[in-house]
Design a protein around this ligand. Sequence first.
Ligand SMILES: Nc1ncnc2c1ncn2[C@@H]1O[C@H](COP(=O)(O)OP(=O)(O)OP(=O)(O)O)[C@@H](O)[C@H]1O
Length: 337
Amino acid sequence: MLEIDGLGVRYGATSVIEDLTWTVGTSGSVLTALLGPSGCGKSTLIRAVAGLEPISGGRIRFDGTDLAGVPAHRRDFGVVFQDGQLFGGRTVSSNIAYGLKMRRWSRPAIRERVDEMLELVRLPGYAERRVEELSGGEAQRVALARALAPRPRLLLLDEPLAALDRLLRERLAFEITEIVRAADTPTIMVTHDHTEAALMADTISVMRAGALVQTEAPELLWLCPADEWTARFLGVTTVLDAEVADGRAVTTLGETTVEAPDGHVRLGLRPESVRATRAGDQSSDGVVVGVADLPAGRRVRVTADVGDVEAVTSDAVAMGEHVLLNLVPERVAVIGR
Ligand SMILES: Nc1ncnc2c1ncn2[C@@H]1O[C@H](COP(=O)(O)OP(=O)(O)OP(=O)(O)O)[C@@H](O)[C@H]1O
């Protein structure tokens, strides 16, 4: 288990991480996503954990041992960066064997482990390929095999899919998840993409400006973001005030059931939290000012009393049409609950 307490990291006079506290690997969680916008300090945090960045304050402990003074190569952590950083001019097997040679594994043991790793990352037969001959996705799988080969205590993945195209990214996201679960290696994966985080992780930690704002299982994170910034970062497009009584919230967009105590709450709406239907002769909730046909269905932007609201629809509504808006209770987030 990784325990970070009051961590500080600075670059010169600039403090990038300040008083950060984070526990990773509790309650059976294998894959934790570190999710945050560009520049918030995710890579810096990962590098500090790996021992690649000096810390200016606080403590990092792993399984109870303080890592202060433990150099990167003695932490037994595996690291994969965005571009894999394979050793050029060498073969795949020589890359995977690197950490094992450093640890003085015997030749037969190395050969066996390299084969095992190639099997695990689904590249059997690739041992003698030169790394320059690999596609981006293959190179990242070799980087993963190299990181996992010495059986690290913790695997750190810093945007391992960022350089790949969308299709490959989704496929590899599933593969990496299966691989680290099969290896049963606690893993932290940096990403700024919340879909990627949800595809892969069983726990998501949200980071903002050098601090962590929330750590939660994905399904709870979408439903209960800690604050408005987190809600909007996670895709909420409209925030509504509401009054709750007996599990029912009354809003300017109608009523919905919520799991919240009586009193004032703020609700976060994503497009899929609101369903638009043709108003016909009824008095409408708003006018359609934008239409987009997405793979998941039609999305509309509606000008309503509360401002512009994004909604989903299965009606063939067109620009300028009047619509009714209804909340979809199971898709409505309660902010700061
Ligand atoms: N070596 C460095 N020297 C000075 N400043 C740095 C250095 N590395 C990063 N920074 C700054 O520290 C801040 C955090 O950077 P970091 O790379 O940790 O963010 P990030 O959340 O990983 O961003 P991204 O998602 O864009 O990779 C940024 O403002 C960045 O410009």
